[in-house]
Design a binder for this molecule. Structure first.
Ligand SMILES: [Zn+2]
Length: 220
């Protein structure tokens, strides 16, 4: 008979183990054993909760690729209202300096996503926002997300300097599309206006503006 109790910090949800433990009990199951069963994973019931609660990216997005090219993009499989949670960012690893695939999560912190979130391309009029402080991807404010929408976010909202700047073909239109996408450092606060920026970008902008202000006052 298994009688060990798992503390919350080490508790795992191994359904078969716990179920057999309960079946083998001669006395009534403990509250802890019942709790263990309650948190057991149940793949056949996985879709009872919205995918954004228990993230399964395959249920909320699909990656597409143009034949014969390296171009790939992601499309939404769900309808969600503006500003709502799309997915939590999980399973990241800390990288070194910025790479073409990393996302900046702090002043000196670049993470690799290791998931299909990697295929969310840049747009100057994005459908999503990456909040690297909360590790959340949310639907952009001001517009709902519809099934079939291309999933995009505004790269300078996370990136101060980009490993590989590029010409933008997002189609957001004149006055909206930046043309060349570089990190926030190159754009300045005027071009960044209207976009939700991550805290590290806001802080780095402030430092750079203060530095510019000081330098302008030092000129003869
Ligand atoms: Zn653009």
């Amino acid at each position: 008979m298994r009688t060990e109790r798992r503390t919350p910090s080490t508790q795992t949800c191994r359904a078969s183990e716990v179920t057999s433990a309960i079946l083998n009990l001669t006395d009534p199951p403990t509250t802890q054993a019942m709790a263990d069963v309650a948190c057991s994973p149940s793949p056949e019931r996985a879709d009872v909760l919205p995918a954004r609660i228990n993230p399964d990216l395959n249920r909320i997005m699909v990656v597409r690729a143009a034949e014969g090219s390296f171009r790939s993009w992601a499309e939404s499989l769900v309808d969600l209202p503006a500003g709502s949670l799309f997915a939590r960012i999980t399973g990241v690893t800390v990288g070194g300096p910025a790479t073409y695939s990393s996302v900046q999560a702090g002043r000196d912190l670049h993470v690799e996503l290791h998931s299909n979130l990697l295929y969310i391309n840049h747009s100057c009029a994005p459908t999503l926002e990456f909040d690297m402080e909360r590790m959340e991807v949310r639907v952009a404010h001001g517009r709902d997300l519809r099934k079939g929408d291309v999933l995009t976010f505004f790269y300078p909202s996370t990136e101060w300097t980009m490993a590989q700047p590029f010409e933008c073909w997002c189609g957001a239109g004149e006055g909206k599309c930046l043309g060349r996408v570089e990190g926030a450092a190159k754009l300045g606060s005027e071009k960044l206006r209207g976009h939700r920026l991550n805290r590290h970008i806001r802080e780095m902008l402030k430092v750079s503006q203060n530095r510019g202000h000081l330098l302008s006052h030092q000129r003869p």
